[in-house]
Ligand binder design. Sequence first.
Ligand SMILES: Cc1cc2nc3c(=O)[nH]c(=O)nc-3n(C[C@H](O)[C@H](O)[C@H](O)COP(=O)(O)OP(=O)(O)OC[C@H]3O[C@@H](n4cnc5c(N)ncnc54)[C@H](O)[C@@H]3O)c2cc1C
Length: 470
Amino acid sequence: MGNFQYDITVIGSGPGGYVAAIRCAQLGFKTAIIEKYNALGGTCLNVGCIPSKALLDSSEHFFNAQHNFKTHGINLSDLKVDMNQMIERKNQVVNQTVEGVRFLMKKNKITVYHGIASFENANTLLITKNDGSTETITSDKIIIATGSKPSSIPGVEIDKKRIITSTEALNLKEVPKSMIVIGGGVIGLEMGSVFARLGSKIQVIEYTDSLIPAMDHDLGKEIQKVLTKELSFEFYFKHKVTAAIVKEKKAIVTALNPDNQEVLFEADYVLVAVGRKPYTEGLGLEKVGIKLDNRGRIEVNDALQTNVPNIYAIGDVVRGAMLAHKASEEGIYLAEKLAGQKPHINYLLIPNVVYTWPEVAGVGYTEKELQEKNIPYKKGKFDFRNLGRSRASMDLDGFVKILAHKETDEILGMHIIGPRAADLIAEAVVAMEFRASAEDLAIFSHAHPTFAEAIKEAALDATAKRALHM
Ligand SMILES: Cc1cc2nc3c(=O)[nH]c(=O)nc-3n(C[C@H](O)[C@H](O)[C@H](O)COP(=O)(O)OP(=O)(O)OC[C@H]3O[C@@H](n4cnc5c(N)ncnc54)[C@H](O)[C@@H]3O)c2cc1C
């Protein structure tokens, strides 16, 4: 490429950006990455996937010690939460992971710049560092991977003290007595679970009539049942939040109920978990004329190319699911495409996961989507409670649901709520990438006793109602 300092420069070091940079370097491109913060890793590693899973694990241990150990014959007394230690362990997990990314940058000879990148022209980026100094670099191709930020709704101003987002919730040094969660999506349910397990009363206010609406409807119904039963969650559906204020260390939320009457909720904290918005501020996109769509996302074509031919965009800042593995897949796809290879991404087979307990995971078409598309399908379902493995670990809630084409038997969707669903869904992805039939999964051996046996049983049920253990 030659005329520029770098062949490829990536803006943003989240799972989209840093993975794209590694793959570009592996393919022989002279690569640079620019990150605004001192820590690499983006939302996912610093204030998203990794810290939330660290706290989900810690809180799950506490909940089990408090509620389930006795049944296992383990008696504990004087059980307490040490919130400072819990947060400290979470921070260590984050730091180790972030340092891992720095090591990978060095190993792959990727030049790392810290500062805010903004376009001077299509090949020139100005980097403004924390101390105000600036540096200019040039690059043949530029990949924007600037991710997303929490969004809010009209009337709800995030003060980061009582009215908070997931970022602040991940650093709370006390267990709130009560927390209102605005939004029944993934982040609301995961963070709500953390605090409910530690003893907080959780009230979820949701605008629509169901939880995790992007996933198969049955999963939302089941997780609602389990969170109500196990963690005493209270759910308020079809409620439109109109305001949130703080009054003497209490947060008060006003909402319109389904009858359009105003109702008030009060709690120690309000967690605003209504989604995330693409982050493009400070990039100077207007200088190069990069187009945004009507939701503020950078517009890209199928090759992830913007309307400026040498500038590309991936991850949360473009259309599609806001998921770390989707961002990474796009990073790899793009690097390989720029190297002249013929990569592919099957967006239908990017799994969705919620790390509640039980976990929730789905891939492929939901039942509603199949009905809307008029695709004839059959269904197989198997409850985890029928498995010896589930009884052994006291993980009885949930099921595997397989949707297969009515005539060809090809698997079109798999939806799991149950123990280790986040890991189990990988079997569905592999099967569906190879266009397996339900019969294929039904005849393959699954080790006993494992949670994966529920997949085989659901596949048997889908093929000819041949499930063995129900
Ligand atoms: C609480 C929470 C839990 C989550 N859990 C999961 C999960 O379990 N699984 C999952 O798949 N997804 C999860 N997500 C979503 C996941 O974090 C995102 O989908 C993912 O981080 C998107 O990656 P990205 O690379 O597109 O952007 P990001 O990770 O957002 O990274 C973008 C980076 O760009 C930097 N940047 C922005 N502008 C500039 C600029 N002008 N100059 C330089 N740098 C800039 C930012 O500082 C940031 O570091 C979670 C999110 C949250 C908030």
